[in-house]
Design a binder for this molecule. Structure first.
Ligand code: SAM
Ligand code: SF4
Length: 337
């Protein structure tokens, strides 16, 4: 069979990275991500695990080389291991070069070893604080000790770990240096993320939480020597190496830097909407294509190609003038962070 041509968007960016949200549900309710009383989507709207496998396999056939599974909390979806198992056949065949995960860590004590057995090599674990009281305040429902056990299990299973930390003024500001030291001692890379204007919270809340990474970086340099690294992953992070610990620190500053020129990714929601850009409304409905004809992939392939042809040049987030412009109405847990 003729090999399909790669997915190239109108700005000549090759799309090789797919983020897949497998559920909008979560066992935490982080203040910057969800409201306390979340209304989750009806089950019938979610893609089944078989549909997720099908759509990912078609993407892989069209040139996707890396898949990151996210959510919601991906590891709370029932039978999620069977999905990882199904996708791992593409790692074995060599068509997929990486299958990875973004998780809050709560279920890793159970899942770390099985995931390694299926070929996973690294994970991103979200953790904003090492203080159990603060952790409770941020996640509302989470327990720090459970997450630390999960992180320990992931490390023992041999997974490389990157910690994702949302920079929160007046919350994790005071423990910045301790946090960097802990990651360095454990051998974890670390990425700081600026709070993004997602969901339906008032802009007031966001501005109160917002801690610019420019300020965070200035604070870091008071204790650590940061050496700029010239790494491009096609993503929004800029990297430095901390001379004292040799760990890599990334800064995701979607609101203060334009990272869009090198964007190589698209995002699939748990309901089968394909978003070409995290900060734009434009989407494509892959679920109806999946459900229209399960025998033939042509409709699905055409819809994917057509969507990539509409990938916008960039996003419109802007915190300037103390007002959030370009605020998105959808939740990160639905789109997949
Ligand atoms: N539940 C998993 C987790 O927490 O890692 C995966 C999904 S979560 C939506 C993915 C990432 O998005 C997490 O690192 C989280 O901190 C980040 N996130 C959620 N809401 C955010 C926001 N408003 N601004 C910036 N990052 C956010
Ligand atoms: Fe759940 Fe992750 Fe959102 Fe926190 S950031 S509520 S862990 S999906």
């Amino acid at each position: 069979m003729k090999k399909p041509s790669p997915l190239i968007d109108p700005f000549n960016r090759t799309i090789s990275y797919l983020r897949v949200s497998v559920t909008d549900r979560c066992d935490f309710r982080c203040v910057y991500c969800m409201s306390e009383k979340m209304q989750f989507l009806p089950k019938k709207d979610l893609l089944t695990l078989e549909e997720l496998d099908k759509v990912c396999s078609v993407f892989i056939d069209m040139g996707i080389r890396k898949i990151r599974v996210t959510g919601g909390e991906p590891l709370v979806r029932r039978n999620i291991l069977s999905f990882f198992q199904a996708i791992s056949r593409h790692l074995i065949s060599g068509k997929l070069s990486e299958l990875t995960l973004t998780t809050n860590g709560s279920q890793l004590a159970r899942f770390a070893q099985p995931l390694v057995d299926l070929g996973m090599e690294r994970v991103n674990i979200s953790l904003d604080t090492l203080d159990s009281e603060k952790f409770k305040r941020i996640t509302r429902w989470g327990r720090l000790d459970q997450v630390l056990k999960g992180i320990k299990a992931a490390k023992s299973a041999g997974l490389r770990i990157k910690i994702n930390t949302v920079a929160l003024r007046k919350t994790n500001e005071e423990e910045l240096h301790k946090f960097v030291q802990w990651c360095g001692d454990e051998g974890f890379d670390l990425t700081f993320i600026e709070v993004m204007p997602m969901g339906d919270f008032g802009s007031e809340d966001r501005l109160d939480q917002y801690w610019s990474l420019k300020d965070l970086r200035t604070e870091l340099t008071k204790k650590w020597t940061l050496e700029d690294l010239d790494i491009s992953t096609g993503g929004p992070a800029r990297y430095v190496r901390v001379r004292e610990t040799q760990q890599k620190i990334g800064f995701i500053t979607p609101l203060t830097h334009n990272f869009c020129e090198s964007c190589n990714r698209v995002r699939l929601t748990c309901t089968g909407q394909l978003f070409m850009c995290l900060g734009q409304e434009e989407d494509a409905d892959l679920r109806s294509a999946l459900r229209a004809n399960s025998e033939n992939d042509e409709l699905l392939r055409n819809r994917i190609r057509n969507a990539v042809d509409r990938k916008p040049k960039g996003h419109d987030f802007d915190y300037s003038r103390q007002k959030i412009l370009g605020q998105m109405p959808r939740y990160m847990s639905h789109t997949g962070g």
